[in-house]
Every structure is written in structure tokens, then in C-alpha cells.
Design a binder for this molecule. Structure first.
Ligand code: KIV
Ligand code: ZN
Length: 386
């Protein structure tokens, strides 16, 4: 079988929900989990069960509800965490425990006051312990982005021997450049014994705005899972945005990598997460921002009206946006005015359009945007004078 499927691991309900102000109750989490399952994600990280009774309940209810995706619970490399996660996941059709430990020198020294050898020991024990409960055990090497590659390879090799099925290589601090992150994945592919039997996963944070680029570099170099969130929400500057990586892979078929996501549900899912989490999306956000398919300069509008491929690389309908918006401003030309006027029922002759355009410019100079109501007024005015 050709290894060109990229698993989408959604962590909106775990890493995403850690954002201050984004706290959800169980009912809201269940609604999002159901939507993620319909969207076609392969794995839903439902929470961190040991962290609170509320999180335990949410993971447990999601495990009962979800029928298609794997349901995953996070743990530290701590037996109690693993036992609680296993309990929360016991009704899942496809349960996964996601356990791990920091592997960078900074984490080993400052978080654990420990040594590399001890960290390897804890990692092995955690994976082996989780294997008592579930077959599917994902190991995360926290701060892998700043972990020495040779040591990281050693950790990976040991946890594979203990039974890990997926190896998560998080760029926890969003530090790596795409070239570095891609090389890290390639290094592991080339240097870890047994790597062919597991899936390598990219988990990137966006501190330098590189989470999406790093995740793509990861899969181009052999990773086959991307951990991401809807709208890219997550700790600090956020996580890799699901809608971005999915559309990048779709729009670049020569990469020969695909996902299972029903892209037409992306926009609605984005709206749902914004609304439930009370977390707005900036207008210029790729794929799902209000301006992602809006054209306001005259040159662009003219091009898009003639043929949308001139300035649009994605058909908006593919992501569930009904159509591209032609926003009328003082930068718009006659073509854009005629286009919008036609949409609301006015078929203009050249003479009428010339007149309407002069009035339109007066409106546009007074206000940021000329809306449909203004066009009706403009039409009344030009009818008066004609
Ligand atoms: O960013 C990170 O390293 C994480 C791990 C806990 C997977 O979220
Ligand atoms: Zn993270």
C-alpha cells in the first residue's frame, strides 16, 4: 500500500482548550467532538483526563460518543495519569493513550532536575505501562524541537521497543525553522531502528508563525500525522491550524499526500469553534478569515470578475464559503460596481454605469465600504438625473 495518507490528529479540545478564556463544558465539547468526527479527523485528542474531574468526564463522554475517529487522552509519564486516562477511554471504539516527557536539556535540567538516562527510563516505563491498557500508544518527546537529534533518536528507539505505535515530535516552543524541523524528521527516519513500524507525528506551535510551514516540512520528510487545531488556537501563539495544512496538501497534489478531511465543512467548523470558545478569528486568517476570499482593490476585482483563478488559488466553495466577496471601496473600479449592482438586480448600460460610478466614488470617499443599501441609493440618484 502506498504510504501517502496523512492522519489528522485534532487537539482543539486539549491543546486548544488550554487557552485562557476558551474553557468549554462537557456538552460543548461533545458538540465539537461530533463535528470533528463528521469532518473526518482521524484522531480526536479529547483532553487530559487526570487534570480535573471535568476533563475526565468530557473525555469519557466523548469516548462513548465518537464512532469513527480514534479518541485520545493525554498523560504525563506518570502511572496514575495513565490509569486515569485508560479509565476515561474505556468505552472508546478506538482508544489511544498519548504519554510522554520532556527530552530537551532545558526540560531535563529545569523541569525534572534529572538526567538523560533517567528520562529514557521514565519514557520506556510510561509506554510499557500504557500498553497494559491499550494497543495504540503515542509517545511525545516534549520540546523535541530543541532536543539534540542523536539523543532524540535514542529516546525514539527505546520507546518503539516498549511498544509505542506513534512518535510525536513536538516543536513545543515554536522555535524551529521549517528546514530544521524537516531535517529532524528525516534524521529520525534515517537513524531510528524500527521507525518503519511506527507513524511519526508533527506537533508544532506558532510562536514564530511557522507552525503550518513546519508541519508541512515534517510530512514532506516522512511524518504521516499532523497535530493541529481548528483556527490554530492553542497555547501562546497557537498550534498548527487544521484548515491550513489540509488545504495546503489538497492544493499541492504533486506532493502526493492526502487527508480524510471533508473540506467543505471547514468554514462551518471554524465558526462553531469561534462561537463556542468565544475566540474570534482575525479577518486575514488563511482559509477561514472574513477576508480570505474578499477582494477590494480594483485591479484584483477586475481580474476575479473575469476569471477567479487570477487572484484565487482556492475555490471558496471547497472550504464551505458560498462565494468570494467583491468589497466595494474607493479602490474599486467600474467592473466591480457593475458586478455588485447586477447581483442585486441592476443591469446597467455603459452610460448609466459611468454616472453611477461618479456617485459611487463620492460614497466611497466618505465611508470605508460601499454596501448594497448604498447601491440602491446610488441607483435612485442616477435615475433622478437621467
Ligand atoms: O506542545 C507540546 O509539546 C504538547 C505535548 C504535551 C504533546 O502539547
Ligand atoms: Zn502542544
Amino acid at each position: 500500500m502506498k504510504d501517502n495518507k496523512v492522519q489528522i490528529f485534532d487537539t482543539t479540545l486539549r491543546d486548544g482548550e488550554q487557552v485562557p478564556g476558551c474553557k468549554l463544558d462537557t456538552q460543548q465539547k461533545l458538540e465539537i467532538a461530533a463535528r470533528l468526527d463528521t469532518l473526518g479527523v482521524d484522531i480526536i485528542e479529547a483532553g487530559f483526563p487526570v487534570s480535573s474531574p471535568g476533563d475526565f468526564t468530557s473525555v469519557s463522554e466523548i469516548a462513548k460518543l465518537v464512532k469513527n475517529a480514534t479518541v485520545c487522552g493525554l498523560t504525563r509519564a506518570v502511572q496514575k495519569d495513565i490509569e486515569v486516562a485508560a479509565d476515561a477511554l474505556k468505552h472508546a471504539v478506538k482508544p489511544r493513550i498519548h504519554t510522554g516527557i520532556g527530552t530537551s536539556d532545558s526540560h531535563i535540567k529545569y523541569k525534572f532536575n534529572s538526567s538523560r538516562d533517567e528520562v529514557i527510563e521514565r519514557a520506556k516505563q510510561a509506554v510499557a505501562y500504557a500498553k497494559n491498557y491499550v494497543d495504540d500508544v503515542e509517545f511525545y518527546a516534549e520540546d523535541a524541537g530543541r532536543t539534540d537529534n542523536a539523543f532524540l533518536a535514542k529516546v525514539c528507539e527505546e520507546v518503539i521497543k516498549s511498544g509505542a505505535t506513534v512518535l510525536n515530535i513536538p516543536d513545543t516552543t515554536g522555535y524551529c525553522l521549517p528546514s530544521e524541523y524537516g531535517e529532524k524528521i528525516k534524521y529520525l527516519k534515517d537513524n531510528v531502528r524500527g521507525i518503519e513500524n511506527v507513524i511519526l507525528s508533527c506537533h508544532c506551535h506558532n510562536d514564530l508563525g511557522l507552525a503550518t510551514a513546519n508541519s508541512i516540512a515534517g510530512v514532506v520528510n516522512g511524518a504521516r500525522q499532523i497535530e493541529c487545531t481548528i483556527n490554530g488556537i492553542g497555547e501562546r501563539a497557537g498550534n498548527t491550524a487544521l484548515e491550513e495544512v489540509v488545504m495546503i496538501l489538497k492544493q499541492h497534489p504533486y506532493l502526493d499526500l492526502h487527508t480524510n478531511i471533508n473540506t467543505q465543512l471547514l468554514y462551518d467548523t471554524s465558526l462553531m469553534v469561534r462561537e463556542k470558545m468565544g475566540m474570534p478569528v482575525q479577518p486575514n486568517k488563511a482559509i477561514v478569515g472574513a477576508n480570505a476570499f474578499a477582494h477590494s482593490s480594483g485591479i484584483h476585482q477586475d481580474g476575479v470578475i473575469k476569471n477567479r483563478s487570477t487572484y484565487e488559488i482556492i475555490n471558496p466553495e471547497e472550504v464551505g464559503v458560498t462565494e468570494s466577496a467583491i468589497v466595494l471601496t474607493a479602490r474599486s473600479g467600474r467592473a466591480a460596481l457593475a458586478y455588485r449592482a447586477k447581483k442585486i438586480g441592476y443591469e446597467l448600460t455603459k452610460v448609466q454605469l459611468d454616472k453611477a460610478y461618479q456617485t459611487f466614488l463620492q460614497f466611497a470617499d466618505r465611508q470605508k465600504e460601499v454596501i448594497d443599501e448604498d447601491i440602491h441609493v446610488i441607483m435612485k440618484q442616477i435615475n433622478k438625473i437621467s
